[in-house]
Design a protein around this ligand. Structure first.
Ligand SMILES: [Zn+2]
Length: 106
């Protein structure tokens, strides 16, 4: 037991500190306003970016914020949402049939 967990972002497993309040919970700059369906993907990315996260957390602990580093994390995690457009269930097959060109030499 080194740190009170209440300091941390409310997203499960997130290594960042919660700094933005929303509905009584505190989220980090990456999970705040993020699609909840992407929370785990964002958390995983933050763990991959641990060296950056450590510096951001340290800055927060020292009561300063490294806005540039935090912004870089926000940009990285925002791309996750754009890359993972999960198909919805109403996939019924090809949206259009391949046009048939009767250019065969019959
Ligand atoms: Zn977070």
């Amino acid at each position: 037991m080194t740190e009170p967990t209440s300091d941390f972002c409310a997203a499960y497993g997130c290594p960042m500190l919660g700094v933005y309040g929303f509905s009584g919970k505190w989220y980090c700059c990456c999970h705040f306003n993020a699609n909840p369906a992407l929370n785990d993907a964002i958390t995983a990315e933050l763990h991959r970016m641990k060296s950056v996260v450590d510096r951001v957390v340290l800055a927060r602990r020292e009561h300063r914020a490294d806005a540039q580093l935090e912004n870089s994390l926000v940009l990285i995690t925002r791309e996750i949402g754009q890359q993972q457009t999960i198909p919805t269930s109403n996939v019924t097959g090809p949206t259009h049939a391949a046009p048939h060109f009767s250019e065969t030499d019959a």
